[in-house]
Design a protein around this ligand. Structure first.
Ligand SMILES: Nc1nc2c(ncn2[C@@H]2O[C@H](COP(=O)(O)OP(=O)(O)OP(=O)(O)O)[C@@H](O)[C@H]2O)c(=O)[nH]1
Ligand SMILES: [Mg+2]
Length: 302
């Protein structure tokens, strides 16, 4: 719960579509489909019986907050174009689930388990909070995945270690150590060579919002600037410490190299130089790693 699942999906979409908050927020299983060329997101919400409760042409985070807090709504569907470059191939479908460990509402865990067992998916992103590894309910959730999917190559699992910006390296909290700990924790739990990707989901979303010229709150802009500042000399180490396949890491380094090479020539144009920095952040924030893995898995499954 609150590890950043919805934030991460918003970063994939390139827009603040799913409602995000620092408390149990997502209560409904939410299906988001990428349809090229469709301007706004069309939303439909369903009752437990499967009947449609409401539809909306232009879905927003406020609407999704209201639907998620309406006890009658069980499932939400959204269709629209992901506002990101490079754009994914049409037909990409992403599901957001509630956090399974909400002690206030057991239905959240039930919905998450149903989703894992009933939806035919090709890859699953398990979002961990970097500051809260190894909780008891994490273990129960991991066991569910292990029993159902771990040995099935058609179901890849990516472990997204989010909120690494909250670690303080000057206080001995190094990202590499946390990735190693997560890797060991997951290996001990029974996952073979787990892919662990350190991420900063909120800053990745804000970088995409800035590139799309979407409006941002003062807090969002200051978080974005802080991230650009704090990670400017750690870009490569963030990619380096992830346990993504080497071929994926090589592509990430190549994209980063090419942006950095271009940045010298852009120094005189402030706007282009800023865009270049934002594109780099999308790479070292871990978002691009997951996008590449999803792309690879979709190609393999074709
Ligand atoms: N510091 C930091 N905060 C983040 C990051 N990603 C998300 N957040 C914040 O974490 C809080 C929870 O984010 P959500 O995306 O709603 O988390 P969730 O996992 O979808 O939560 P539930 O649906 O309630 O289980 C929000 O305040 C986000 O802005 C990150 O990388 N770093
Ligand atoms: Mg959520």
């Amino acid at each position: 719960m609150s590890a950043g699942k919805s934030s991460f999906i918003n970063a994939l979409i390139g827009d603040e579509l799913l409602h995000v908050a620092n408390e149990a927020t997502t209560a409904c299983l939410t299906r988001v489909e990428h349809r090229k060329g469709v301007q706004s997101f069309r939303g439909v919400c369903y009752l437990d019986s499967g009947a449609v409760l409401a539809t909306q042409r232009d879905a927003s985070a406020e609407l999704l907050r209201d639907w998620n807090s309406d006890g009658r709504v069980k499932r939400i569907e959204l269709k629209g174009s992901f506002n990101v470059a490079p754009r994914p191939a049409s037909g990409l479908v992403v599901y957001d689930t509630p956090g399974p460990n909400n002690s206030q509402d057991e239905r959240h865990g039930q919905l998450m388990r149903e989703a894992v067992q009933q939806i035919p998916f090709k890859a699953l992103c398990y979002v961990l909070n970097a500051g809260q590894l190894g909780t008891v309910d994490d273990r129960a959730c991991l066991d569910l995945l292990l029993n159902g999917l771990a040995d099935d190559p058609t179901h890849e699992i990516y472990f997204v270690l989010n909120k690494i910006d909250l670690l303080d390296p000057e206080n001995g909290e190094h990202v590499g150590d946390h990735v190693e700990r997560a890797h060991k924790y997951l290996s001990d739990a029974g996952f073979h060579n787990p892919i662990v990707i350190p991420t900063i989901a909120d800053a990745a979303l804000y970088a995409r919002k800035a590139l799309n010229r979407s409006s941002m709150t003062r807090l969002q802009r200051s978080k974005l600037n802080r991230t650009l500042d704090e990670f400017s000399d750690r870009k490569r180490s963030l990619i380096h410490v992830s346990t993504a396949p080497d071929a994926v890491k090589r592509r990430l380094f190549k994209e980063l190299d090419s942006l950095e090479q271009r940045s010298g020539a852009l120094a005189s144009d402030e706007k282009l130089a800023e865009e270049n920095e934002l594109k780099q952040l999308i790479i070292y924030s871990g978002l691009r790693t997951v996008e590449m893995l999803i792309q690879r898995q979709r190609r393999l499954a074709e």
